[in-house]
Design a protein around this ligand. Structure first.
Ligand code: NAD
Length: 492
């Protein structure tokens, strides 16, 4: 398939806000630029919201909640969600290209993740219809005691830049299915696909105000959303330090929060493991989305007896990753999202050098003129890392991994848990009992054994420790978007 022209995918003017069912500019008329990370050039202009726009969006969401959305049935909401899936499917090529140009993720991958997302909507639309309260057999037989699961009202959704559409939808679907209305604050780095999501929401027939979308910097627009008194709940995905600041602000009014934060996930490889399969997971995590994945295994914790054989496999695999322009269907790994992210990765390579972690670039990109303008980086291994080093402790968010040897199972557990994060982890071993012991010992919210980590719509997802609070996805996500009301109903 040919690369489409920019003008056939991009809107001609400024990308608008969506408030109360209307696409509109920001009240102050301000705009900001977003770029294409594979060329370093400006891609589009986006309307910037201010506190007045955030207030209008929240009030529209509150009005839609009170007058309409809270009175709908789960079935009515599910029907609209399915219509949204249809509307998204109709514009799937446009969405895939927007994500490819704005995020830098190869087109084959943005197309594939759209397919998964549509299946996810189907799951939420189905399972949400079975959610309800319970009756309780309490001591007083003249009382029927039951619970209702009720929506909160307006939920604020704040998103990062790495998987804009997937993450927005995985938050939004359970929020809406549970009967809440939403104000979305897309990442200021990658807001374009959220504007087309807004258009799909209008096309699907959602009443005005049920979903509103604002754009702009986190410190002003995001903070205004978190602080707004009519926002009952915040669902945030992003960095741990931002998550802590949001948690502190939300505490002021005891707002409910879901926080999906950073990670430094271990891939633990025992000496009896299928080394090819384990190396395949490491490869996927260094290259997919250029390593900018919260759940990526960035600490390769490998038994000392097999570490050389494992590293040799990585050298071969990483040397073959097809790094290139994301428009090319052959490309497996595109650029980093921005110059800031590129500088961050380079800075950590220097930190690793200073720590004597022995950073080794697995490809030489210097002879690739077509990559010169963009924010490309070679997959890099810190070949002599130790657990206490900064490159093994801090989230870098790029195609870099730290290789750390271990002696025995207890050592593997100690190293894998030696992190303030607890988002995800993978264990490779052929010993079933040991695998089960590891599952119990690891302080990690999302584990996989002899398989890569995947966040799917139909299973709960969320981190331990400083990786987050609460669950997204699966049935748990819908339940988290409801509050339980207990009712004593007298028959006297
Ligand atoms: P970030 O924390 O810088 O920004 C995330 C969002 O928060 C952006 O929309 C930003 O504008 C907004 N924001 C910033 N300051 C704010 C404030 N004071 N109040 C309200 N909103 C504010 O994160 P990022 O750089 O966009 O994304 C990368 C991070 O996201 C990484 O740490 C990654 O691990 C994390 N992430 C986590 C998950 C997960 O599911 N756990 C998934 C994807 C990304």
């Amino acid at each position: 398939m040919q690369t489409p022209s920019l003008s056939s995918i991009l809107r001609p003017g400024t990308y608008p806000l969506l408030i109360d069912g209307e696409e509109r500019p920001g009240a102050a008329g301000r705009r900001f630029e977003v770029g294409n990370p594979s060329t370093g050039r400006t891609l589009a202009q986006v309307a910037e919201a201010d506190a007045q726009d955030v207030d209008a969006a929240v009030r529209a969401a509150q009005h839609a909640f009170e007058t309409h959305w809270r009175h709908t049935s789960a079935r009515q909401r599910s029907r609209l969600l399915r219509k949204l899936a249809d509307a998204l499917e109709r514009r799937s090529e446009q969405l895939a290209w927007l994500e490819t140009w704005n995020v830098g993720r190869p087109i084959t991958l943005t197309r594939a993740s759209l397919r998964t997302m549509l299946d996810g909507i189907d799951y939420i639309a189905g399972v949400s219809q079975g959610i309800g309260g319970q009756t309780h057999n309490i001591a007083d037989t003249h009382i029927v005691n039951f619970t209702l699961r009720e929506p909160f009202g307006v939920v604020g959704l704040i998103l990062p830049w790495n998987y804009p559409l997937t993450l927005t939808l995985s938050k939004l679907m359970p929020v809406l299915a549970a009967g809440n209305t939403a104000v979305i604050k897309a990442s200021e780095v990658t807001p374009l696909s959220s504007v087309e999501l807004g258009a799909a929401i209008l096309e699907a027939g959602f009443p005005p105000g049920v979903v509103n979308i604002v754009h702009g910097p986190g410190a002003s627009v995001g903070q205004a959303l978190v602080d707004h008194p009519l926002v009952e709940r915040i669902s945030f995905t992003g960095g741990t330090s931002t998550g802590k600041a949001i948690y502190r602000s939300a505490a002021e009014r005891i707002k409910r929060v879901t926080l999906e934060l950073g990670g430094k996930s271990p891939l633990v490889v025992f000496d009896d493991a299928d080394l090819d399969a384990a190396a395949g997971v490491a490869l996927q995590d260094v290259s997919r989305n250029t390593g900018q994945i919260c759940i990526a295994c960035t600490r390769l914790v490998v038994h000392e007896r097999v570490i050389d054989a494992f590293t040799e496999r990585l050298r071969v695999l990483y040397g073959r990753i097809r790094i290139g322009l994301p428009e090319d269907p052959q490309t497996e790994m595109g650029p980093l999202v921005s110059s800031a992210q590129h500088e961050r990765v380079q800075r950590y390579v220097e930190i690793g050098r200073d720590e004597q972690a022995d950073p080794q670039a697995m490809q030489d990109l210097s002879g690739r003129p077509e990559l010169r303008e963009g924010f490309f980086a070679a997959p890099t291994l810190f070949a002599k890392a130790r657990s206490e080093m900064r490159v093994a402790q801090e989230e870098i968010f790029g195609p870099v991994q730290a290789l750390i040897p271990f002696r025995d199972e207890a050592d593997a557990v100690r190293i894998a848990n030696d992190s303030r994060y607890g988002l995800a982890g993978v264990v490779y071993t052929r010993d079933g009992a040991r695998a089960m012991r590891m599952c119990k010992a690891l302080q990690i919210g999302n584990l996989a054994v002899n398989d890569p980590i995947k966040a799917t719509a139909d299973a709960p997802f969320g981190g331990f420790k400083e990786s987050g609070l609460g669950k997204e996805r699966g049935l748990d996500a819908i339940l988290e978007n409801t509050q339980v009301k207990n009712v004593r109903f007298s028959m006297r």
